[in-house]
Design a protein around this ligand. Structure first.
Ligand code: AMP
Ligand code: ZN
Length: 469
């Protein structure tokens, strides 16, 4: 197996990935702010983080992945107030919608989803430590992090601060790199806002604090991987580093991995711009979530992706090709030793090349486009070889096994419902019987019935095959 290299924002280089503790990887992914349904840009980020985890597991590593849920924050409070609800009531359906979207997109659940409101004691403990180490001050009842107290502040986003300068402070959780300021750790209570009692005064946490508190609590003071999209590099992740390293004096995260945005008309898809699509909308447009999964994976995470319906149409046809190849291979492998010629070694070459190319692509900073390219080379060459009768039943079984090997990483193969499969097979058998009896009205009726269930039939010399439309 070759070496896995991942682009690390901290070094701006593709670094060799070796986990801190042999055999196990600790990974933290910034999760959703639950004031709305996730859009497919958010989903892009959650998807590649899961694919990274899946690939680490493919390489034999044990992975613990934590993803936070930001359930108290400026926009949540504003919207909950406008709806006349408390933040728990307001965020509950969006938390549910987030989990549903991930499930539909075949993103596997993280090991846990801590919520900001459940981590107030750990956040306050962190502020206390920062205070003891001289990194904080209080102004107007809020507690701030003084960035000039931390040599190295700015190392992730590559901004340079001058320790002798006094920086203004900022209460807002989001701001640009150009206006680097002392940032808020704990916001003083305001009328109409949820708040918690604390020795440093009643209030609520700033946004950045939760990720430092949760990740160190659940994964340790130094851990392997932290993920998010590029918009989080500054200020969120820079400030997480400040809070964590300011408190522990130890390196916080070894690999910072950031994905590019999903754009629409070359602009970032974002709730604030209103140019968003949700997964539900994609489904209303008659695309399966799997088509979106494929479209998102067809571009590596560090490449900008401009979303179009054309990309979903392309995904649909790619998935159909994969589906019929899988069926053909399965059929051939089930045909037993008499079904085809002896193996001439060609299949072994195809399989070997496929697995090497797949791993080489994924090892190169998770190049999912290259991995899919390897798959389509196998499909093309495999089909040519099957046409030429060069693939034995045992060869086909080998090809199938190779596809199943990469399946846990890509997870783009059709998942067939066994009961539905049996029902379809039964109808196909009835149709074949009708055709044999030259009862074409009946065989057409069955074909149409299947079509109404979105099942397409293909009559081949090897028998009737079916696939979902
Ligand atoms: P939020 O719910 O806004 O906190 O965002 C959740 C995750 O989605 C974060 O990692 C964001 O960086 C990421 N994100 C937001 N917009 C986009 C986008 N257009 N494309 C990809 N990722 C995004
Ligand atoms: Zn975060």
């Amino acid at each position: 197996m070759s070496e896995l290299r991942l682009f690390n924002t901290l070094t701006r280089d593709k670094d060799l990935f070796i986990p801190l503790h042999p055999g196990e990887v600790k990974m933290y992914s910034c999760g959703p702010t639950v004031y709305n349904h996730p859009h497919i840009g958010n989903l892009r980020t959650f998807l590649w983080s899961d694919v990274l985890r899946r690939y680490l597991e493919f390489r034999g590593l044990r992975v613990t992945q934590i993803m936070n849920i930001t359930d108290v924050e400026d926009k949540i409070i504003r919207n909950a107030n406008a709806a006349g609800q408390d933040i728990h009531t307001y965020t509950a359906p969006y938390i549910e919608a987030f989990h549903t979207a991930l499930r539909e997109l075949r993103v596997r659940p993280a090991d846990s989803y801590p919520r900001a409101t459940e981590y107030i004691p750990q956040m306050l403990a962190l502020v206390k430590t920062l205070d003891e180490r001289g990194h904080t001050y209080v102004a107007d009842g809020s507690t701030y992090f003084r960035v000039s107290t931390l040599p190295g502040y700015g190392k992730l986003s590559k901004i340079e601060l001058d320790a002798s300068t006094e920086y203004g402070r900022i209460e807002s959780d989001e701001y640009e790199k150009e206006s680097a300021r002392d940032f808020v750790l704990w916001k003083a209570k305001k009328e109409g806002e949820p708040s918690w009692q604390a020795a440093i005064g009643e209030g609520r946490p700033g946004w950045h604090l939760e990720c430092s508190a949760m990740s160190m609590d659940l994964l340790g003071e130094t851990f392997d991987i932290h993920t998010g999209a590029v918009d989080l590099i500054f200020p969120h992740h820079e400030n997480e580093i400040a809070q964590s390293e300011g408190a522990t004096g130890k390196p916080f995260v070894r690999f910072w991995i950031h994905g590019e945005h999903l754009n629409i008309d070359q602009q970032k898809m974002s709730k604030s711009l209103g140019n968003i699509y949700t997964l539900a909308e994609i489904k209303e447009m008659n695309y399966e979530p799997l088509a979106l999964r494929y479209a998102l994976l067809s571009v590596p995470h560090r490449t900008k992706l401009n979303f179009t319906t054309q990309s979903l149409d392309d995904a649909k046809s790619a998935l159909a090709r994969i589906d019929s190849f899988l069926l053909r291979v399965k059929e051939l492998s089930a045909s037993g030793p008499h079904g085809a010629k002896e193996s001439d070694g060609h299949a072994g070459e195809l399989i070997g090349r496929f697995l090497i190319d797949f791993e080489a692509a994924m090892d190169d900073d998770l190049n999912t486009a290259g991995a899919l390219g390897a798959l389509f080379t196998l499909i093309r060459d495999g089909n040519i070889a099957m046409d030429a009768g060069r693939i034995s039943a045992a060869d086909a079984e080998g090809i199938h096994a190779a596809l199943m090997k990469v399946d846990p990483v890509l997870d783009i193969f059709p998942k067939r419902d066994e009961n539905l499969d049996a029902e379809i097979e039964e109808l196909i058998a009835q149709r074949n019987a009708a055709r044999k009896a030259r009862n074409f009205a009946e065989s057409d009726r069955i074909r149409d019935l299947l079509l109404s269930k979105d099942i397409l039939l293909e009559d081949t010399p090897g028998g009737t095959r079916w696939r979902k439309k």
